[in-house]
Write a protein that binds this ligand. Sequence first.
Ligand code: C2O
Ligand code: CU
Length: 467
Amino acid sequence: MPILTRRNLLKASAVVGTYGIGVGIAGKFGMAEAAPEPQLLKAVKTQATLTDAGVTKNIMTWGDAGGDAGMPPVLRMTKGKPYAARLTNALDEPTTIHWHGLRIPNKMDGVPFMTQPYVYTGDSFDYAFSPPDAGTFWYHPHCNTLTQMGQGMTGVIVVDDPADPTFDSEVVLNLRDWRLGGDGQFIAAFRPRDAAKTGTYGTVRTANWHQEPQYDAPAGGLIRLRIAVTDVTRVFSLKMEGAEATVIAIDGNPVPKRFPLDLLLIGPGQRLDLAVRMPDSEGAVATLEDIRGTTPKTIARLRSVGASLKRNVGDLAALAENPVPKADLSSAEKISVTLSATAESAPVDSICGTLGYSFWAINKVTWAGDTADPTAPLAELKLGKSYILQLENLTPHVHPIHLHGMSFTVLSSSAGEVMPFVSDTYLIQSGESVELAFVADNLGDWLLHCHIIEHQKTGMTSYVRVV
Ligand code: C2O
Ligand code: CU
């Protein structure tokens, strides 16, 4: 699917000059804060064992300098502290890294054309920023994404807050599917008729690149279970069998009020932090399940080990709020964002990958593809001003709508009462209208798109400009 024609390459290289070079790590921080050693993230093609059918070829991931390349590493950062990563591209196509949910400067956002040049084969790009919020986030390329993400490039980020309450253990789950045939090899990434509906589902489900993995945890202990849905298509309805599970954060941000996990819908791009109280008896197993669809599916298991710690979820101190600015609702300007289907406009060739179809639109405009000359922004926002996105879904499908660079607070929904949670990705139901308030406090062009990648790549993408 990557379309690497000479003509495209020439076109693309012509625009590279407008960005200048990647931000140097040394110049990025003040004198006081020493620049950290960059974490090496080498984009590579490799193979992995995902099924009993044997080794799957053409896996894409990030390895480290030592050449180890399995599941993308869980990146650990600390709230408010400088972090640096050096992306080196050993793939045979361009790539970038987007840090999903991190409110960082535009130049670090990883969107080709919009915020940085492509990182071509053999080239490097230095990312450096200080994540302002603690929580569970994730990272992925923003180029030829159905292929690069579909074939493995989705990793989890944990931003620690040293002031967080202490858990007895932590389990991080990277949930995703793979589109593999019976021989364990990749099959066509999508079917057009499915892209025009829910998106094309994978055939093999995994958590941390394993089918139904089991993790040991202290009996009677409190586990912080960090879940990231990094799949390109699948929406989950999550439930925990055999243990008490309490939702403590959604999309990285602590929830205003904790509540028990019960069939919570969570879509591509979203994260969930749970406090799981393990069963008291040694050997007892708790099961995380997806009950969306006809038969419940096991995602992962947690097994109690040792003598019970007899912990109580009520003893867990609250997570500190993230410093996301609160919108001023009295002065906030409203922006309509309507999601619909379309039959119009042909997609433009792009070395960041086109699926060759247009099925979706935002405010009746279909994203033509990632080009140097995109359509006009959805809205031009003034730095520091408050806005309310009035998002409306006229389609018969759910869409996880993601805003880059800024986090919003959910104000109200036509679907019923909503908790005012803070997020970067809202899973909007068919027929739903929702109000999302935020402060435009981050300069630059910020994408707004559906995180079902086939929807994103067949029109359901736009952007806002903060000036
Ligand atoms: Cu997860 Cu455009 O992003
Ligand atoms: Cu969608």
